[in-house]
Design a binder for this molecule. Structure first.
Ligand code: AKB
Length: 334
């Protein structure tokens, strides 16, 4: 057995002891990867989690191994996997929904190229593979409220098309080759370490920074559009809990709906105003983000994740708002 930090025992209360893993994170420099790397290193040990990104990333090299890796280079990916005797890959490479609409060809090439290489390397080197899907895998013809796990998926963005294709490919590699592929459909992720970039839900991160920085925010998404969101600590825990789940209990694999909170720009702004009464918000709606946001579900039904691997969110909008404002105040020195 390995020595794990004390909090580790409370991390997965309903699960078997955590297995030892040697993990590769592809695209570790982004919003999820920068925090997932540290989170996984705290659980599995720094030297067992290899962070990689296209660009040098000093901070990720301070707590464990870091390699510059282009996820579109399958040979280079396979060589890192072999060198570090990796058994689990987290592929986090993706151009997000709004930026994808500016260059659909590039979004397809990057998102599918990184996934395809991760699947093939996982197959050849007998690795498990986690790849996030998204609420963006749904589209205007999906049921809007409490969108079910298994339902119509006809997204109207290239990002969503990549996510649906990725889910199908993940299931295909599991059935055809026995690769242990698993995934969750992430809501918009709210965090205070690394900014997201190019997403439709990014406003829900930017609003907190601007609330502290200037006390005002111009919102690019219409006032009354609901989207599902999740706070980073819940998102990180979901990754580990799913990858540690007993495979015999998984009816689904790619990909699980998970949910924790759903709100509109007006609701999050009112929540901030409870703490900062002078906070003001106006709108300059971006037509691309409007169309995307309106095509996505208002909220997801996450019952399958709850039943099959014990998913349960711990953060709601109020608690997250307290935490976000406190962290960003410290970060900005205000
Ligand atoms: C985006 O807005 O594109 C992402 C997502 C919900 O997948 N944050």
């Amino acid at each position: 057995m390995h020595d794990f930090p004390d909090y580790f025992l409370t991390l997965l209360p309903n699960h078997n002891p955590i297995s030892m893993k040697r993990i590769l994170i592809v695209g570790a420099g982004g919003q999820i990867g920068s925090e997932l790397t540290v989170y996984l290193r705290n659980i599995y040990g720094g030297h067992n989690v290899v962070a990689t990104d296209m660009r040098e990333c000093k901070a990720l090299g301070e707590t464990g191994p870091f390699e510059v890796l282009n996820a579109l280079d399958a040979t280079a990916m396979a060589s890192v996997v072999a060198r570090y005797r990796i058994d689990t890959i987290f592929n986090l490479v993706a151009l997000l929904s709004a930026v994808g609409e500016r260059n659909p060809q590039m979004a397809w090439n990057v998102n599918m190229g990184a996934l395809n290489n991760s699947l093939e390397v996982a197959r050849q080197h007998h690795c498990a593979l986690f790849t996030p899907s998204s609420i963006g895998a749904f589209g205007p013809t999906s049921p809007k409220d409490r969108t079910p796990q298994d339902t119509i998926m006809q997204p109207t963005t290239i990002y969503g098309v990549c996510k649906v294709t990725g889910e199908l490919l993940g299931n295909y590699y599991h059935h055809k080759f026995g690769v242990d592929t698993r995934s969750v459909r992430f809501p918009g992720i709210i965090s205070n370490v690394t900014l997201p970039g190019g997403g439709t839900t990014d406003y829900a991160v930017e609003i907190y920074y601007e609330a502290i920085r200037s006390g005002r925010f111009t919102c690019p998404v219409p006032a009354d559009v609901y989207m599902d969101m999740i706070y980073m600590p819940d998102a990180l825990r979901a990754c580990v809990e799913l990858m540690e789940a007993d495979p015999a209990k998984l009816v689904h694999r790619n990909s699980f709906n998970i949910a924790s909170m759903s709100f509109t720009p007006e609701i999050i702004s009112a929540e901030i105003r409870k703490r900062l009464p002078d906070f003001a918000m106006d709108y300059d709606v971006d037509p691309v983000k409007k169309e995307i946001a309106e095509s996505w579900p208002n909220s997801l039904d996450d019952n399958c994740a709850r039943e099959e691997w014990g998913w349960k969110p711990e953060w709601d909008l109020s608690r997250m708002t307290d935490d976000m404002l406190a962290h960003i105040r410290t970060k900005l020195g205000r």
